[in-house]
Design a protein around this ligand. Sequence first.
Ligand code: COA
Length: 426
Amino acid sequence: MTRRKKRGLGRGVAIVGGAMSHFGAYPDKTSRDLMTEAYLDALATIDKGMDPADIEAIYVGNFLGELFEGQGHLGHIIADWLGLAPRPATRVEGACASSGLAFREAVLAVASGMYDVVLAGGVERMTNAPLENVHDYLAAAADVPFELHQAALTFPGLYAAMTTAYMAEYGASGEHLMSVAVKNHENGSLNPRAQFNVSLRDIMAQRAAGAEKKGRPVPQWRNEIDFLNDAAANPVVADPLRLFDCSPITDGASCVIVAAEEVAREYTDDVVAVTASAQASAGPFTTWRDGITGIPSARVAGRDAYEMAGVAPEDIDFAEVHDCFTIAEVMAIEDLGFFEPGKGAYASAEGRTARDSDRPINVSGGLKAKGHPVGATGTAQIQEVWNQLRGRAGERQITHKDLRLGLTHNVGGTGGTCAVHVLERI
Ligand code: COA
């Protein structure tokens, strides 16, 4: 008999502060610098203020500090740098889901009753390394013998294989995926901390102006899709994925401060609770998965999160999902039950995930435009949903609907790990 215990937190957990550093190429900034920026900004978001002495433990998501900057053992280093030593500090690694997992550890630590206030964050410094090394390093997120060696694929190649399978199964085209990039760049243009704080229209105008200045023929793209179909402007990275299907290489950090619900009102009257925290695992997609047009760990984590929150996919007002490649967003909105399998690409192209739609997805710009400093992405998603739920997301605030429930979906590798959280304004 398989027993499934109904899961719940031992006590309520809320988010009382959160921020991300500027995301982008900052090769001269170390992980310590990036994390300090995010931490000081997070402290400043706490409505009634917080004495840092209240923070009892630290969880730091980081994937590859050893390789990117020759620095492992980041937990205690960040604690010391933020002035929080000797409090316990733990580094959490789950590839691109590292800080989604760090956040989950912080939530569980508070829910257990061990601590009342915990800092969860993530950081990755990536752009100081040569690109060919970056690719080799990121490939370690895959199952190396089975996904990389046996299938002879690069990391973008793995998602390209998923794209090819999705297109073959559901008849979707590259243009359906391009609509995800168009939307996420549009959203990123409203996010002052995004790596690409520009819409595709702005990028097209910049490129045209650049060509004119150099006396070269000025490209005459009719619209964004025309631009994305131009092989010179949008070259193939791993067929059928092109440059604008990929998230970029990014430096950045993010952090959130969680507190037991019973003390949260000491810090804010605007409380956002963690209604569900779920995590699941899966084997390599080349071997043991039932198809590669979706991610099984995301389906399980999504299902568990809905069960824990006592809600259904249609109750979720908006979500930040892991669009490391455009196909990943399409699979995410299907795996999470927002759209039927095979319908996500079409729904995206129809604008049904736009900022002003019924189900806004990645209003922050997503990994695609906001940037993807891998270890920092999970808590960057959390702080975005937290800000949106409190009506404090600035120009990109969702205003056409009342926001109560927001979801984050953070994937490691090709889906070996997935963390899903549901946040609720209470
Ligand atoms: N989307 C759009 N434009 C991008 C981009 C991206 N993902 N990455 C880089 N660019 C732009 C740069 O801004 C630059 O523009 P400019 O010439 O106008 O200044 C130009 O492309 C070249 O930049 P560069 O840094 O030399 O890009 P690159 O060709 O070396 O790298 C990728 C591009 C797509 C290969 C790289 O971003 C990549 O590997 N992304 C995937 C990362 C990944 O796998 N993450 C883990 C996922 S879980």
